[in-house]
Design a protein around this ligand. Sequence first.
Ligand SMILES: Cc1cc2nc3c(=O)[nH]c(=O)nc-3n(C[C@H](O)[C@H](O)[C@H](O)COP(=O)(O)OP(=O)(O)OC[C@H]3O[C@@H](n4cnc5c(N)ncnc54)[C@H](O)[C@@H]3O)c2cc1C
Length: 449
Amino acid sequence: MKRLGAGAAPGTRVPPATRNPNPNPNNRRRRPSWRGVGHLAPARSHEVEVDVVLVGSGIISLFIAHDILEKTDLSVAVVERADGLCAGATGAGQGYLWQLHRDPMNADAWSMALQGRARWRELAAADASFTVDQCGSLLLATTPEEGVELEARVAAVNDALPIEDRATFLPDRESVVKEEPSLSDSVADIFAGAMLPSDGQIDGQATTRAMFRKCERSPRFQSYFGSTVEHLIVHGGAAKGVVCADPTDRANGSKTILADAVCVCAGAWSSTLLSSWLDGDDGDRWRDAIVPRRGHLLKLEVGQRRGRQRLLNHGIMESSYSKHYISLRDNHCVVNHDAYDVTFTATESDIDGALLIGSSRELGDFDQTVNSRAVDDIMRAARRYLPSLLDGSEVLLETRVGLRPFSATGPIVGPVEAVSGLFVAAGHEGSGLTLAPSTADRIVSSLLR
Ligand SMILES: Cc1cc2nc3c(=O)[nH]c(=O)nc-3n(C[C@H](O)[C@H](O)[C@H](O)COP(=O)(O)OP(=O)(O)OC[C@H]3O[C@@H](n4cnc5c(N)ncnc54)[C@H](O)[C@@H]3O)c2cc1C
């Protein structure tokens, strides 16, 4: 374990004593319990104290912050190395809140998504700054075999959903086009479809901003942007805060945030942090536990609305997208590890009417630059499905790139055993927007335990 304050392990970069004369967590005021009111007053200009510190400001971190503020009287600080919101995968997310492409056999992910879908709807019903576009989901089978699989999927999904919440199998191209007229000119093979009216979507970026603004209204919330969390402070086997590089603090160059709980919500970067903080087997366990899976999403302005209210009636996705989700077959975890893939997806933003098309997947390094091959492949696929919308007059407004935090075992949410008070909430791959509410629920329960 690398310790700060109580004596750093060899090789650990510790802020010089003159810059940080009092990092020893022993010197903190003791609090009677977790539920005690937080102490927000900075002990020094570069040292602050809260109950919980969250590393990262993606949707997972912000939903946890939101729930801590709503459900407890703890104070919370969000620390983000970028200068603003949506710097990670969250900024690229398409926004599907879907059940239809999930496997009910993977009971945990299924119920987390179901809970997430419901919670986003509740939030939107209670607060006008959040919206869920309840436009339903449409999956497309592009081969006869996929059509057979889709029919079986509809039966399985209906078995797992409440009786009033039904998916429908669309047995041929005609029935698909009737549901989704934007596909009428499609030159892609469409053999069948499936739809679930209760599925919906959010605008990931707008929702993240709304979530942040809501957190900011609480006096128990603090945020630090442009601050990179580097060290975990550990004392007596317990997490006691973090040290961040903070170039905006000219006098100190770093900031110490003391806290009785630290939750790593750093998306694809989470296991790099944890493996550097933990020694021996504990650290090794985290190496590559969560890896970046780069994804591209294109935002387009489409002039051709053809007199319809909406460009798309539903969110659309090729049914082969399901292969990216972990599913259970004969009690074995099955996950697709293709190095490169583009699967057609399309949604319409209910905020500005733009068309969002995607998406690519590339397992690799932490490269967040645009891969022109992925952009071309996404455009090519979308033109085949939606030729009347993408007739050449469309305008590319934005190319979004995000690193999905991929974990071969699904999201990793809860305490990190090696250090008490240390938690992780990461590894949500292509489902973090959907799973953020249930993730927050689990972390808050763990904090209060
Ligand atoms: C193209 C694409 C489409 C997607 N579509 C959907 C969808 O339709 N539905 C859905 O549910 N999900 C979707 N996702 C997945 C979803 O976006 C992610 O699962 C989710 O955003 C992950 O959120 P996060 O908070 O864990 O990570 P991130 O959003 O990546 O946030 C992590 C943050 O941690 C910060 N950070 C890292 N290291 C440090 C450090 N040392 N100190 C301080 N800060 C640090 C990063 O800068 C980053 O801002 C999509 C993703 C992509 C890429």
